[in-house]
Ligand binder design. Structure first.
Ligand code: PMP
Length: 366
């Protein structure tokens, strides 16, 4: 047997949602991708891309790209870190802010399931802070426990619960917190809520806001995420990155990412469309007698009451899959076993979803 690192036995990797080979047969509502295409600008850019440029390494510090992003969010380029998807940005952040501290970090009991994966990878102890009964994040407990913690991480809006915390509440939270505790707020879905705290990074030097082009910008395939924070935090992320790989942004991604804000009107338009569809589908589901959370994201978190419908969430997921509709089901933790998470697709896709779901629930109700 080849001898590998003993650390491998301690890892429990993140499990991404299915990406089926025969994609065209499915309505894919399982990974929170955007159902609309990226801006036409991306098309033009790829058609005119100078292939000869691929001989070259991309610029290591991507100053112009970071300036473009910074000016959109009202900060300077030195306040922006960029990475290969926000997953990578989060991974580097866990290393830069928490690794080796011998202090627990605090994360919500239910949140993005990559956080515990990074924590285990870097031997960072973590404590899962219980959600309130309504599944919202309880910042008071975070605050109570913060005096002995090495950092705080949560998503806002949270996933997979889809619930948001308003910026005023977060501002008060940051005001009460020891300013030496790093706080990572993962705003992957923020454009579907519109209550960001990016503007607070100037005031709170311990705050890192993480963003992605994968959701509202319909560019999951280019793998691009970024973080906004004080230059002290940003420099620490580059130090980590440059100890792994100095070129995490490939030349094509670099060119596309630079152009994104030029067509911001288009992206605002598709975000509005998705929000409109979300609200309509949420109401239809409620009319069907289902409990649906008040989503601030591009997905709905739906409880399937087994007593009421004679079918559990896992079987609803399986039946939908038989009907060529992919949604996400999490068989752990226990607390979310009765839910399915459904990404908002195009109107016509959601109509088929509603019809098939209605059929499945109707058949079992008897
Ligand atoms: N944060 C949250 C809360 C997410 O749901 C996701 C998507 N899986 C990510 C970060 C990562 O997104 P990406 O790596 O595509 O930027």
């Amino acid at each position: 047997m080849i001898e590998l690192s003993p650390k491998l036995n301690t890892l429990t990797p993140y499990i991404p949602g299915e990406q089926p080979k025969n994609l065209e047969e499915f309505i894919k509502l399982n990974t929170n991708e955007n159902p609309y295409p990226p801006s036409k600008n991306v098309d033009n850019l790829l058609k005119t891309f100078e292939v000869d440029n691929l001989r070259l390494y991309p610029p290591p510090h991507l100053e112009d790209l970071r300036e473009v992003i910074g000016s959109f969010y009202g900060v300077s380029g030195e306040n922006v870190f960029v990475g290969n998807g926000s997953d990578e940005v989060l991974g580097f952040s866990f290393f830069a802010f928490f690794y080796g501290k011998k202090k627990k970090i605090l994360i919500p009991e239910i949140s993005y399931s990559f956080y515990p994966v990074f924590a285990r990878l870097f031997d960072i102890e973590f404590e899962e802070i219980p959600l309130r009964e309504d599944f919202s994040i309880d910042l008071d407990i975070f605050l109570e426990k913060s005096s002995i913690c090495g950092g705080i991480v949560f998503a806002n809006p949270n996933a997979p619960t889809s619930l948001g915390i308003d910026s005023k509440r977060l501002e008060a939270f940051l005001e009460s917190l020891d300013p030496n505790i790093p706080v990572i707020v993962d705003e992957a879905y923020m454009d579907f809520y519109g209550d960001s705290i990016v503007n607070l990074v100037k005031r709170f030097k311990n705050l890192l806001v993480v963003r992605t082009f994968s959701k509202s910008f319909a560019l999951a395939g280019i793998r691009f995420g970024f973080a906004i924070g004080d230059s002290f935090l940003i420099d620490s992320l580059f130090k980590v990155r440059d100890s792994f790989n100095s070129y995490t942004i490939n030349m094509l991604t670099y060119e596309i990412a630079k152009s994104v804000f030029e067509d911001i009107d288009y992206y605002n338009e598709i975000v509005s469309k998705i929000i409109k569809t979300r609200e309509r589908v949420k109401n239809s589901l409620k009319e069907m007698g289902l409990e649906v959370f008040d989503s601030k994201t591009n997905f709905l978190f739906i409880r399937i009451d087994k007593e009421k419908f004679n079918i559990d969430a896992e079987n609803v997921y399986l039946k939908l899959k038989e009907n060529k509709i992919l949604v996400r089901y999490f068989n752990s933790p226990e607390k979310i076993k009765d839910f399915i998470r459904v990404t908002i697709g195009k109107d016509e896709e959601m109509d088929i979803f509603l019809e098939k779901l209605g059929g499945i629930l109707g058949a079992f109700k008897g």
